[in-house]
Write a protein that binds this ligand. Structure first.
Ligand code: NDP
Length: 601
């Protein structure tokens, strides 16, 4: 293990600080705008035309709001628990959530399929590769819906307009843009943390006369090709620009570089690009796994990825790599006879991170032939300040003759006009401008979900959360009986494997619904005291590394803006980490007491 000298370390920190300072903006999250005007169709479904139908006015035991993995896994667990009367509602034309909407070329999951794809054993599925492409993930979502009968009664192409609690009837009233009025005993809301596309508020964005779209609604009619990676022949004679170099852009840029006549990548902050090393999964090896293997793999990945100890690393990838390095350093200290304290772990973390990021920067030099482009593609921040990326094609794309990196030294695109883009004090004429500018994070729940939730006494969820999220377990909210939130915040907050969070939440929710049914309880609600105690527990925890003020701005740290109590609560997780949370929730559920919840007849 190579460690930097103190002088080298301080020089590196100084470089990190100065690169961060270049990117701090007074407008923070406000720099982004909602899709309006010519971009309004960004919120529409281009894939499926809604089939006319009569409005539905029925009662259901559990309404699942959102047909992504959150809703699907919860639906599956409810069915397994014998609660058959469930109904998915989603504005998309099919289930799949982000894997329904995001069909850009190269879209795939950065988390290994063996742990990312939920319910593999239950659905008898064998992933094709270690990391699978978006169409295979979408197909898996559909398989879950088919296996567990979740297409039955599903209301797809149906946008919710309001969700209101009726206390006298102890029912949620769900109204939709198809004229439906459903009464639901329970609601599970899996509306997704990264779901509503956002655009940068660049002056002149409305004036561009060429073709333009966001990656979340890739326009294959214009580009040619398809989500399976077929070449985009429509771009062969086009000058294409793309704004953004986050996890999405990293995946689609290699495809654009291969097919566009000229490609201009407008970069504000480079991503860290670690090795992907994708491999086919051998069916024979897969068949040799023992029943119950996925639970073991999930636990192993979550443990190692969050700094825990395990005898072997089953997934073995970039997510677990840094944690293994930290662990090895701590073990080294222990081997010398010293007792590791928080300082040892902190030091091990910093050294491992410096080592990792130096490797990532060296890799850029090894791959990118143009030295100026290579220099500009090096990320100067700690690895988890921004979403880590993994690719064996992205950096290589800059060796293609028509692919140009336009580095803006942290300033971003300055202006857009009728004919193209102004960046780094130059004008770039473009036929097509693609926005890989991400999704809303940290804005009000109603804005991201597209509807408001009105609880007891007419109080909205937006009001209840105006000073930050309040919940117990990230699932139950006081004043909102019979409603379950399916997210990551205030629960495990395991961001490297989002569906894993849902697997545990869904198991707990199905147990609660079953218990309420058995007891004849009309209302289930977290008490105000229990919600307050949970929030205090989280707020007094060690705090998130992501709130680190030294980090370069991004959606992980409120775009570099102040991190007050509101931001802390919105991004908090169980203080002892995801594995401890899963263990806690399992004990809480299986005790049968459901402490903190009031069941009322
Ligand atoms: P991001 O929010 O991560 O990236 C937005 C990009 O737009 C950033 O590079 C940002 O730069 C850039 N940008 C914004 N404004 C400007 C401007 N004015 N000029 C130039 N550049 C600008 O969105 P993504 O869609 O890439 O990813 C969002 C998330 O989706 C990921 O973090 C990940 O969680 C998820 N995802 C998951 C995948 C998976 O494997 N499961 C695959 C793809 C995405 P800057 O960095 O400077 O802010």
């Amino acid at each position: 293990m190579n460690s930097l000298t103190e002088t080298e370390r301080e020089a590196l920190r100084e470089r990190y600080r100065s690169e961060r300072d270049k990117r701090l903006r007074p407008d923070g999250n406000e720099q982004y705008v909602q899709p309006k005007g010519r971009f309004a169709d960004l919120l529409e479904d281009p894939y499926v035309e809604a089939v006319p139908r009569e409005p539905v006015r029925e009662e259901v035991t559990v309404a699942l709001i959102g047909g992504g993995f959150a809703g699907l896994v919860t639906g599956a667990r409810l069915k397994q628990a014998g609660i058959s009367d469930v109904r998915i509602i989603d504005k998309a034309g099919d289930v799949g959530g982000v894997w329904y909407w995001n069909r850009y070329p190269g879209a795939m999951c950065d988390t290994a399929a063996m742990v990312y794809l939920p319910l593999l054993e239950e659905t008898g599925t064998v992933p094709s590769m270690k990391y699978v492409k978006a169409p295979e993930i979408f197909a898996h979502a559909r398989r879950i819906a088919t296996t567990f009968g979740l297409y039955e009664n599903a209301l797809l192409s149906t946008g919710i307009t309001s969700v209101t609690w009726n206390d006298d009837a102890s029912r949620w009233i769900i109204c939709t843009d198809r004229g439906d009025e459903l009464r639901a005993r329970f609601i599970a809301m899996g509306t997704g943390p990264l779901h509503r596309p956002k655009l940068p508020g660049i002056p002149g964005i409305d004036t561009f006369a060429g073709h333009t779209f966001h990656t979340a609604r890739w326009d294959y009619d214009y580009t040619g090709g398809g989500p399976d990676g077929a070449p985009m022949e429509g771009l062969a004679d086009k000058r294409v620009g793309i704004v953004g170099t986050g996890a999405t852009a990293i995946q689609c840029i290699p495809h654009l570089a291969k097919t566009a006549s000229e490609l201009f990548v407008f970069q504000r902050t480079p991503s860290s690009i670690d090795v992907r090393n994708n491999q086919a999964l051998e069916p024979d090896w897969y068949a040799s796994l023992e029943t119950g293997w996925q639970k073991k793999w999930l636990e192993n990945f979550a443990t190692l990825q969050t700094g825990g100890f395990a005898d072997e690393d089953l997934v073995k990838d970039g997510w677990t790599d840094i944690a293994q390095r930290i662990r090895d350093r701590v073990l080294e200290v222990m081997a010398s006879g010293a007792r590791p304290g928080p300082d040892t772990v902190q030091r091990a973390y910093e050294e491992s991170d410096d080592e990792k990021m130096n490797e990532i920067r060296s890799r850029v030099d090894e791959i990118v032939r143009d030295p100026a482009a290579a220099e500009a593609l090096k990320p100067w921040y700690r690895q988890l300040c921004k979403r880590p990326c993994f690719s064996d094609e992205y950096l290589q794309a800059y060796n293609q003759p028509g692919a140009h990196l336009v580095d803006t030294d942290g300033r971003g695109v300055e202006r857009i006009d009728e004919t193209g883009v102004w960046a780094a004090e130059q004008h770039y004429d473009l036929d097509c401008l693609i926005f890989a500018s991400g999704f809303e994070v940290g804005t009000e729940h109603s804005r991201r979900a597209g509807f408001e939730v009105v609880g007891r006494h007419g109080r909205t969820l937006t009001e209840h959360w105006s000073e930050g999220m309040l919940s117990m377990h990230g699932i139950h909210v006081h004043g909102f009986p019979n409603l379950f939130i399916l997210g990551v915040a205030q629960g495990a907050n395991l961001i490297s494997n989002i569906p894993h969070n849902f697997v545990h939440a869904a198991t707990a929710i199905s147990a609660i619904v079953k218990h309420a049914e058995a007891e004849g309880s009309e209302q289930v609600e977290v008490t105000s005291d229990a919600e307050g105690a949970w929030v205090d527990l989280l707020d007094n925890g060690v705090g998130s590394f992501l709130a680190n003020p030294d980090c370069t701005p991004g959606y992980y740290n409120n775009e570099g803006g102040p991190i007050g109590r509101r931001e802390r609560l919105n991004g908090s997780g169980y203080p002892n980490g995801p594995v401890a949370y899963f263990d806690y929730l399992e004990r809480w559920r299986s005790s049968g007491d459901f402490a903190g919840l009031a069941f009322r007849s």
